[in-house]
Design a binder for this molecule. Structure first.
Ligand code: FSO
Ligand code: SF4
Length: 549
């Protein structure tokens, strides 16, 4: 195996024996093969699409295949093998679609080689052998760290974007031009152009551009289905009774579980990236959705262990379940761990409910603790007048966006220390699971405007961008001229697609940590520094001094 797609990659260079995340070499190799198959499908789907023929089934499969290979999603070799078998059928289907499109257009079909001509071998053993030939390590050797790293940057951006496209699709929001771009970009990665650094950089920025649309689609899907998040005081301490903890990112899974548990005397808690759900009118209306329990994904061993109920993982980030809760944790959607019970597409959560009823639940109410969340674009913009006045009057000096994903490696305390050190006349916007480093601290307010504004999940970076654009319009300047600094933490591929979106928007001077991606080659890093002035985080004091002057 060779994998360097996330921030915790072994030695900062690549996991080669076993994933630090718990991914086995077998699962890693099968994921590489699944990506290879997705490229083969895209070779045909892209050409068929250019001739006007598309297939929803093919489009959705490619998105789900990519999402399945995102960090901390699918660790189950059997499910990955099943996806590869399915990919084999879809490649043929895409080929027939392309041939039909050619026939209609009176064109002779191109004879495609590489992944398009690939057929799945019959045994897992053979699959694993073939995976060696398509490994990243080979491409690194063939094309060098800059070109091969940029190819991976594009792929990882597509993986992250696939996650968002999948969530939007689940809520009925799809766009054929987005699917067409997935095929175009994957097809590009198999072309000769994918060795040209300039062409690769251009394609990476295009991923950022399309990801902005996809995040907008997901915003539409979430707010269209559940209303706009509202500032909401939520409980972060448990209450007496049976309990289910829901982690991941999928709002629909939470809604379905809430419906199925209504009147059953079970309390539902959010965990990790599900916390923002507590601010959506269409979800918080359920009285048995009682609050949030725990913090970010990397603390799950301790938190799930201590949780006296059932646990449902709707997406990443799952870690190897401990024996103490193996029998009461469940996966659904694309997330999978071998031997963990999986709730299928019928979304019948009965086993989860039974496990919750069989577990002791909380025996008493914990002392009440609360925080306020729900400052997505609609809520912030409705207070825009007040915010703008406060800036003009010099009451708000600067905005900091301190957000992104959390992780297990040391060095992430930087974000807690930075948030605490931000001067009292500055406002902090935050989003994604990195916020747990400081979201339970009391930051107070500036003339009634809370100093800590939780915008939502990682995909709500869209909301943060809208807020920044609205502020820039109000002040008649560009986003880079605002008194706003972005200090981001990254972990997996969703953070990659968001970063590409910010680069596509021309956002400069971002600080990135806790370490820089291993897949960014030395010359690409130079471009990022020269064109965008991206810098690694240093110390909170130094960074603050530099930002505030
Ligand atoms: Fe975090 Fe995990 Fe949301 Fe990621 S829970 S790390 S960037 O999956 O997507 O922020
Ligand atoms: Fe290693 Fe991250 Fe890949 Fe897991 S996802 S194998 S931790 S680089």
């Amino acid at each position: 195996m060779f994998c360097y797609q996330c921030e915790q990659t072994a030695g900062g260079t690549g996991c080669t024996k076993m994933g630090v995340c718990g991914k086995t070499p077998e699962a890693a190799d099968l994921q590489d093969l699944l990506v290879y198959a997705a490229k083969g499908i895209a070779n045909y789907a892209h050409r068929a699409g250019q001739l006007g023929l598309r297939s929803k089934e093919i489009d959705r499969f490619v998105v789900e295949a990519l999402f399945s290979t995102v960090t901390n999603v699918n660790f189950d070799p059997q499910r990955l093998e099943d996806l590869i078998q399915q990919a084999d059928k879809i490649i043929l289907q895409a080929r027939r679609l392309y041939e039909e499109a050619c026939r209609k257009a009176g064109k002779k079909p191109e004879l495609l080689s590489g992944p398009a001509a690939w057929r799945v071998p019959s045994s897992r053993q053979e699959m694993l052998q073939e995976a060696q030939a398509v490994s990243i390590a080979n491409r690194l050797e063939a094309y060098g760290p800059d070109a091969a790293g940029l190819q991976e940057l594009i792929l990882y951006g597509l993986k992250g974007m696939a996650a968002y496209a999948d969530h939007a699709m689940i809520l009925g929001v799809e766009d054929s031009s987005v699917y067409a771009f997935f095929h175009e970009a994957l097809d590009f990665l198999t072309s000769d152009q994918a060795q040209d650094v300039n062409a690769l950089v251009a394609m990476a920025l295009k991923v950022g551009q399309v990801n902005l649309n996809v995040m907008e689609m997901l915003d539409q899907a979430n707010t269209g289905t559940y209303g706009h998040p509202e500032p909401t005081s939520i409980r972060i301490s448990p209450v007496k009774g049976k309990a289910i903890l829901v982690s991941g990112h999928d709002l629909r899974d939470l809604e379905l579980l809430l419906k199925q548990t209504e009147g059953k005397g079970i309390h539902i808690y959010t965990h990790g990236e599900m916390l923002p759900c507590l601010a959506y009118p269409g979800l918080k209306k359920y009285k048995h959705l009682v609050g949030n329990y725990g913090t970010a994904w990397q603390n799950q061993h301790k938190e799930f262990d201590a949780f006296p109920g059932a646990i449902l993982m709707t997406t990443n980030c799952i870690q190897r379940p401990k024996d103490t809760y193996k029998n009461r944790i469940f996966t659904t959607g694309l997330v999978a761990w071998p031997e963990v019970r999986h709730i299928g597409p019928d979304k019948d959560f009965t086993p989860v409910i039974q496990a919750a009823l069989a577990a002791p639940g909380f025996t008493q109410d914990a002392p009440e603790k609360r925080i306020t969340i729900g400052f997505a674009r609609n809520a912030v913009m409705s207070a825009a007048g007040q915010v703008i006045e406060a800036v003009k009057a010099g009451k708000i000096r600067h905005f900091f966006l301190i957000g992104g994903c959390d992780g297990a490696k040391p060095g992430r305390n930087y974000y807690t220390e930075l948030a605490q050190a931000v001067p009292k006349d500055c406002v902090i916007l935050t989003l994604a699971c990195g916020k747990y480093r400081f979201n339970m601290l009391d930051f107070g307010d500036i003339g009634g405007i809370p100093r800590l504004l939780d915008v939502g999940q990682c995909n709500d970076a869209y909301s943060a961008i809208q807020i920044a654009v609205a502020l820039a319009n109000a002040f008649g300047c560009g986003v880079n001229d605002l008194p706003l600094s972005l200090i981001l933490s990254w972990y997996e591929q969703k953070a990659v697609c968001i970063l590409l979106t910010l680069l596509h928007l021309g956002i400069k001077n971002m600080k990135l940590g806790p370490s820089l991606p291993a897949f960014v080659g030395p010359n690409v890093l130079k471009v990022l520094v020269e064109q965008f002035n991206i810098a690694p985080i240093s110390t909170p004091q130094k960074d603050l001094a530099e930002i505030l002057g």
